[in-house]
Structure formats: structure tokens, C-alpha cells
Ligand binder design. Sequence first.
Ligand SMILES: [Zn+2]
Ligand SMILES: [Zn+2]
Length: 405
Amino acid sequence: MPSAGPPAGDALEAVYERIRHEVAARAVRLWDTALALHRDPEPAYEEHRAARRLTAELAREGFRVDRGTAGLATAFTASAGGGRGPRVALLLEYDALPGLGHACGHNLIAAAGLGAALALRAALGDPPGTLLAVGTPAEERGGGKVALVEAGVFDGVDAALMVHPGVHSWSWAPLTASAQVRVGFHGRAAHPTGNPTDGIDALGALVQLFNSLGVLHRRLPAGSHVQGIVTDGGRATNIVPEYAEGLFGLRGATTAALEALSGELRRCAEGTAAATGTGVTVERVGARYEHFRDSPVLSGRFAGHLARAGIELTEPEAGVYLGSSDIGNVSTRLPAVHPFVAVMDAAGGSDHTPAFAAAAASHRGRRVLLAAAEALACTAADVLLRPEVRARAWAALRERAAAGL
Ligand SMILES: [Zn+2]
Ligand SMILES: [Zn+2]
């Protein structure tokens, strides 16, 4: 490798070849790790054994490990290299779903990120910059990455790379922005027949809001959606409800669309309060997930590397949205990838099902894990070794941000 400037094509090919070798050398260990997590699923914020297992593997190969990052007991950062120079982060998710185990396949995300980190470190020796493996808990509920972003974990990082198992093989994930809003209507209790004219029916107001949202729904842009549930509908049928409360899940194709929808919900709630003589409180609950902004420069590199293992990625189907994730909050700040790689066919159903949990421990899951670890490591090598890749990724991010995409 030349001592100055970016490596020539042949030198890069040699790095990719060493990565291939280093992943293969760890195949048994990586699959054992994926299966161990699968056998021992821990839900959001309770992933203590998973975090211990993963950090032990990283420490064993010389990574410096910090646990409890951003005040989250089950988050961690592990780093190799350092000083000046580029910084690349591999993101490891490892929370499971209550009652369903690893039905979102985060055991494969963790093992792929671990494999990429170990293989790249071994392939590069002393990396020219910093290689980070970041343990990001609670993707399914709460949003560990939101706290990690706010704590500055990604400040000065040039790229965040992860892969998600799925029922499609798509180079990027169409993930909407999402948030939850609690709406409470305040009325006045009365006896329904004893003194009905003194009562103000808070539940009536909440039902009215659901009706208004049904009308609003017809004119929402693609990707925007509201789903409400009643969380408090009164106490007894012989009392006019003095308080009623709903919880609303909001989604938007972009974070700006989500904010617009949030404003619409607030106006509907205030209008309903005015019409029904109730008081109303509207408040955000929990963290906001921003929409996912793909880095086409890096997802293109990832797809090219994955193709060598015989797995072809395509663009997502137009107009399809697949939920939301806290990777959104990372992807709007630095170049990021979040491709889907199929471990099950779409005909078999979706993730968050028992069938998907089985796929996350299947032979196909193993093949995807090893191919993804290699492709992630090669993409991370591109970030560390090729200044022009970093420059193009940052330029593309700025362009998309300016366009509101
Ligand atoms: Zn999930
Ligand atoms: Zn997931």
C-alpha cells in the first residue's frame, strides 16, 4: 500500500480479500453468537446479556470498550485505532420482541456488525482513523439511537453502517418518521339522567376527534398515517365521563410531513374542544423517530460488495413504507446505510411473526449474516481508505437535506 494518499485499486482489492478471509475465519463464532442471542431474547433496555456477550467478543480482539453509553445501561461503544482521520461506525441492534423472541432478526444485525468490526480491524491492522462498533439498544421501543445521537456519539463520525434482515432485498429501507401524541379531553361529571345538563361529555369529544381524523385521513399525502387507540374512556355508565384520553401514532414519509400531520392533529383536537365545550391537552409521548435518509453513495458500495456473495439488492418498490426506526435520527445527521437483506420470502409473511423468528436462526439467515458482515466491512474500508467516497457521501447528504428528502 502506498504510504501517502488513497490506496490504488489493487491495494483495495487486497483489503477486500483479507476481509473475506477474516470473516470466513470467524464464521463459526459469528453464527454461534447469532444463535446465542436468538436463544436468549431480551426486550428493549433489558439486553444485558447480549451487550455483555458482544462487548466480550470485541474486547477479546483488542477493541477498547465503554459500557453504559449515553446513560443507557445496555448501550456500548467499542473503538479501534484513533487519533485524527476518518471515523466509521458499525451499528449493532440486539433487542427482541416481548413474547416473539428475535422476530425482527436483531440477533443477525448484532452478529453482522460484530463480524464486520472484527474482520475489518484484523484486515487493516492499525486502521487509518477510528473504527467504532456501537451497541444501540431498544430499537423496537424507546429508541436507543435517539439518545446516542443526543449524547454526541456520532459527532465527527463519517458514516454509520448497518444491515437489517427482511423479506425483501433492498439497498435502502423506506422508513417513515413517527411519533406518538396523547390527547386528553376535560369535561364535567354529572349523572346521565339526574342532572344531565350539568355534564360535559369528554368521551363524546374524543369520539368526535376520531371522526374528524377519519375525514382528515382521506387527504393525507402518501406515507402519512394516524392510528389512534382509546386509553381512557370513562369510569362507569352512570357517570358522564369527565376525562377521556386517546393515544395516537403518527407517521409521515419525511420528518417535515410528520410535523405537518402533528399540527393537523392539534388543530382537530382544539377544534373539537371548541365545538364540544371541553378543554384539551395535546402532548408528545416518547422520542420522535425521523425518516430514513439513505446515503446512495454508501448503499451503492454496500450493494456492490454484497453482489460478490451472490445476493442482489434492488431499489425498494415505489410507494411502499415499512414502519419506522431510530436509524432515521442517525441518517439525517451523517451518511448512513440500512439495507434490507431477505432471510425469508415475502410470501411467507413479514417480520414480527413467529415465522420470521425461525428465519433469523435458519441456514439462509446464516448465509445472509456472513455475506452482510463482509459487505459491511468492505463498505467501512471504503469510508476509511477512500477520501473521495467520504466527500461524495457528505455532498449527497447535504443535497438531500436541502431538498427536504
Ligand atoms: Zn422490528
Ligand atoms: Zn428491526
